[in-house]
Write a protein that binds this ligand. Structure first.
Ligand code: MN
Ligand code: MN
Length: 303
């Protein structure tokens, strides 16, 4: 089962102004082939279907625990897209199908997801073209080594997708989030690599990192590297999955220092509190009354 904490996994600034182009780029990281829904659901279903959990506990714990971190990643991508769409007023579309938001043109081919359903602009379980995320992006053979190898491939593919999104936008809020996810994706690729080394004796050092980037190429990842996020695996449970320590131990493959398991989730940052969108009738139903009602209920609950 899952316990939910009403915070984002990392502190993230609310974008200063609407940036629908950045939102479109980031949308790919939700429902694209290599998006967060794919990593989340791949590990989630692998954990559901896992056989001989007791005997193979460290590998089961690793997959189940990383799945839980990915839940926080979809929440973070959702917050980023909604933050980037905060205050974006749709102003129609051009003859070639581009969407117009107060002077921003979003290529029609890029963001059907936010425009096609009407005036509501929010995160959707789709890629940047508005194509729905698909369950067959999940890979789960049941063969432990093959699944771990796939997860290693998936994390590296996801890092490449993040790099593309990074190149498509200069928005500082979007780039900070990408710097974070890029760093965490590196941890997951690293963890699956260590599991494969233990199981097969293969030398994964010769392959990592993929893509082979220096921090200068994504400066937004540097603060996370300096704080050691790339060497830290969080245990997203109050009582379980301690066995990840049997895999996440020793020195980092890149020689940057010791690997560390942290008990419990990161401190994270506050959720965004977004504006109403009256032009889209959101939330619409007598907003003042809703506010008064909420305050009454809150007072009642307190008293
Ligand atoms: Mn992720
Ligand atoms: Mn991941």
């Amino acid at each position: 089962m899952f316990l939910r904490i009403d915070r984002l996994q990392v502190e993230m600034p609310l974008p200063k102004e609407a940036d629908p182009v950045a939102a479109a780029a980031v949308q790919e990281l939700m429902g694209g082939r290599f998006g967060e829904m794919t990593t989340l659901n791949t590990y989630m279903y692998q954990s559901f279907n896992f056989r001989q959990r007791e005997k193979l506990r460290p590998y089961y714990a690793l997959i189940a625990n990383i799945a839980t971190e990915e839940l926080g990643h979809i929440e973070l991508v959702a917050a980023a897209v909604n933050g980037l769409m905060n205050g974006a007023e749709p102003k129609g579309s051009t003859s070639n199908g581009d969407a117009v938001f107060q002077g921003h043109f979003v290529p029609g081919a890029m963001m059907k997801a936010h425009v096609a359903p009407g005036p509501f602009s929010g995160i959707m379980a789709a890629d940047s073209l508005g194509r729905p995320w698909q369950g067959d992006y999940i890979f789960n053979s049941g063969n432990l080594i093959l699944d771990l190898l796939h997860n290693f491939f998936l994390e590296n593919g996801a890092r490449t997708a993040k790099l593309r999104a990074y190149q498509l936008t200069t928005n500082p809020a979007a780039r900070r989030m990408l710097g974070y996810l890029f760093t965490r994706g590196g941890v997951h690729a690293h963890a699956y690599a260590l599991a494969l080394e233990q199981l097969t004796g293969v030398d994964m050092k010769k392959m990592l990192p993929i893509p082979n980037l220096q921090p200068e190429q994504i400066p937004e990842s540097r603060p996370f590297l300096e704080e050691g996020w790339h060497r830290r695996l969080y245990r997203f449970s109050t009582s379980d999955y301690d066995e990840v320590r049997m895999i996440w131990q020793g020195d980092a493959l890149d020689g940057s220092g010791p690997l560390e398991v942290r008990d419990g989730p990161p401190e994270g940052g506050p959720q965004f509190d977004l504006d109403a969108a009256p032009e889209a009738f959101i939330p619409d139903y007598h907003p003042q009354e809703i506010l008064e009602m909420a305050q009454k209920l809150y007072q009642k609950a307190k008293g």
